[in-house]
Design a protein around this ligand. Structure first.
Ligand SMILES: [Zn+2]
Length: 393
């Protein structure tokens, strides 16, 4: 008894009971998404509000106290240490009060948390959360919650479609939480406009010829969206073919300028395999139908060198090169001035255009129809629900 009390006092945990591992019927909404929220962690800071259960694969339950701080660290192999208690991975954390949040590394999460082993003896964290609640944590970061409701509703449908399209039960998680997919930052920043946009479009997704589309979106297209095939070589369908956009022209990202020093350009092509020591000129070699650069040609003392515009943009993004929609390149002192339009990859919905359409009085269906022409808004049916069912590993 004294021993158990010691565990309770020192580790602020106790073994609760043995039971079945990870029951499959935990959430009220069976349509959940698994979001990779942290990777390669050597330490996680956990803050509880109400009591939290930690469940190991054998079904052993531990209880973490409410209003407490815990440190989670890799314990080598398939072991994790929560404070000093060793548990076998993967560990599931869930709040005693179903609606309460668990705070990890300063961010609040409402779903069930899975601590899993990652490479190099580190930890990965996956949150499993009902799809609609996940969207509450996407919209404020992918669009501003202060934007008009119809634009937020269009974003909710696009983000929901994008999330469903990403679901893959055979993988460790369905979607990441950064800009490479769509940004998700947990459940802290809930706002009435966001909740209303998600709830009023609940279950609505975009389909074309009966198939869910990859509902790409980006900040600003600069007057014309581009096709999914020219951006990534993906199979072309009508809703992702690209469209003219008269709506985003007042956006601050509609046009931009970027200065890049010659020596940076030279070092970039050297990394790409060029042996050049002197740069003579830079030009766009090939453009796609929307006017975006496909390839950039560098003429140097050791001949010509061509680079995919996508790589060029990725490399010089921090110099203010916001897109591959480069319309002018001007040689200036010790470098080049690039003038261009739009921000982002340019495929699918232009968020700043969507905002303006909503200001102009268009509803979300009109907005979606403009940016994904031919796509139909349909409700998620049972088959897609199955894709989102809990997967236990
Ligand atoms: Zn646009």
């Amino acid at each position: 008894m004294i021993f158990l009390l010691k565990i309770f006092l020192l580790l602020r945990f106790f073994i609760f009971s043995a039971g079945t591992a990870f029951p499959a019927d935990m959430g009220i909404d069976s349509h959940t998404i698994r979001v990779s929220i942290f990777q390669k962690q050597i330490s996680l800071k956990l803050r509880t509000h109400s009591k939290v259960y930690a469940l190991d694969p054998s079904g052993r339950k531990y209880m973490l106290l409410g209003n407490s701080n815990y440190e989670i660290k890799p314990g080598g192999g398939d072991i994790v240490l929560i404070t000093r208690q060793a548990l076998k991975l993967p560990v599931k954390l869930f709040s005693m009060d179903g609606d309460d949040r668990i705070n990890i590394n300063g961010k609040a999460y409402k779903g069930d948390i899975y601590i899993k082993p990652d490479t190099d003896d580190r930890l990965a964290v996956v949150e499993e959360i009902p799809l609609e609640e996940y969207l509450y944590g996407v919209l404020p970061f992918e669009m501003s919650s202060s934007w008009p409701l119809e634009a937020l509703k269009a974003q909710a449908v696009a983000s929901r479609t994008f999330a469903i399209k990403n679901m893959s039960p055979s993988k460790e998680y369905d979607i990441t939480s950064g800009i490479e997919t769509q940004v998700y930052n947990g459940s802290a920043k809930l706002d009435a406009g966001v909740i209303s946009a998600v709830n009023s479009t609940r279950g609505e997704i975009l389909k074309y010829n009966g198939k869910i589309i990859t509902a790409f979106f980006h900040a600003c297209c600069g007057g014309r969206t581009t096709s999914v095939s020219s951006a990534w070589g993906e199979g072309l369908i009508k809703p992702l073919y690209g469209a003219g956009d008269p709506f985003c022209k007042n956006s601050p990202n509609y046009s931009w300028q970027a200065y890049i020093p010659k020596k940076e350009l030279l070092s970039f092509i050297q990394k790409k395999g060029s042996t050049a020591l002197k740069l003579k000129s830079v030009r766009i070699l090939k453009k796609d139908r929307s006017g975006r650069a496909v390839s950039v040609r560098f003429v140097t003392d050791s001949g010509g060198h061509t680079v995919p515009a996508r790589d060029f943009r990725r490399h010089f993004g921090e110099y203010g090169l916001k897109s591959t929609f480069i319309i002018r390149i001007t040689p200036v002192k010790s470098g080049y001035q690039f003038a261009g339009r739009g921000w982002g990859h340019g495929v699918g919905m232009c968020q700043e255009g969507a905002k303006q359409m909503a200001i102009n009085g268009r509803n979300y269906k009109r907005i979606l129809n403009h940016y994904y022409p031919g796509a139909k808004i349909e409700n998620i049916h049972a088959k897609e629900r199955l894709q989102g069912d809990k997967v236990i590993r």
